[in-house]
Design a protein around this ligand. Sequence first.
Ligand code: FE2
Length: 426
Amino acid sequence: MDLSETSAGTQVSDRNGSLIDEFRRVRAQSEALCAPLEIEDYGVQTMPDVSPPKWHLAHVSWFFETFVLKPFARDYAEFHPQFAQLFNSYYETVGSFHPRPERGLLARPTVAEVFAYRRHVDEVVMRLLADPPAPRAEEIRRRVRLGLNHEQQHQELLVTDIKHIFAYNPLRPAYHAGRAPRRAAPQPEWIGFPSGLYEIGHPGDGFGFDNEFPRHRVFVQAFLLASRPVSNAEYRAFVEAGGYRRAELWLSAGWQQVRAAGWDRPLYWERAAAGWEHITLAGRMPPDPDAPVCHLSYFEADAYARWCGKRLPTEMEWEVAAARLPVQGNFAASGWLQPAAAAQTGLAQMYGDVWEWTSSAYAAYPGYRPPDGALGEYNGKFMCGQFVLRGGSCATPDGHVRASYRNFFHPQDRWQFSGLRLADDF
Ligand SMILES: [Fe+2]
């Protein structure tokens, strides 16, 4: 199997030692995220999209076992013969898998067994990295890098799934004590970008997922982009102006969703005697009016933009604007796990805080081909019926995203830290 398209740019320049360090660091980070959990929290699944924390911890280990150890580690002895089925997510060419909505029905393996599975996989991966068989060494390192980036994606899912699990519980447990700082955000400004021929997609240096390739030229009309994402106060005005009751603001599928689900506010917002509150990982509190609104579906982001007489940016516009900026922002390492108000004027918060919905359907770039073999199922087969989000969030691991990074979700999904930034024609 040739992974050169999956991870083009992962020309192996690191020596084995630094990759082992990176492996240790990323694997430890997944476990650190689970440190605040009680044993009872690990097996809960509150909706089909949410996976129990112990399933995440096992699945990311299954990924290394399936795509690194079984093909490349000599005489590899799998930890348990049925884990291949229990912890395969969706790879049809690898074998069958346990139904996604029923992951929370698995009382066993125990959490202790899942951690023992992790230790087993860790030891063999690190032994393999320390002394990889020469002809396959580069391929092994490529796949380990893919596995580490995959595990980081699941670290964000751990955070968003734990939030959903805790928010579902009437006891309203808090995951941590972290609080985003409160400050007055600057008024949004419009920033103009000229029309022209631009290059988008992964430039080829460093890791990239297959869906970011190939880099290609696009013509972009002149456009305006808001200097910061839409805030809680701004979105609250839409809620209180009856935005959820006006069919003319919504896409047809969005209006059906609003009516069927009874939506009248963002996920996690609640009416309290003293006004709006929302559930955070630090407990229930009034939303910071200046912080970016989050937990919006594509439908809500689109309806809000229409209410403003504006629109969502395309993913091309977003990338053109972001490519000039350093990848800095409120990512998971801030420890807040909550969006914070913009601290600066000018184009702000393109990275971190909230994933920004774009109006672009998640589709293949011109010339894209999924990699051969099972790893071709990683991204390519999901290029239907979803929309692209850009920029990472307050739950994204530091160093994980870049200007060309394409996240994607269904238009009704809103349990991720997803918000919006307005765009307009120039
Ligand atoms: Fe996965």
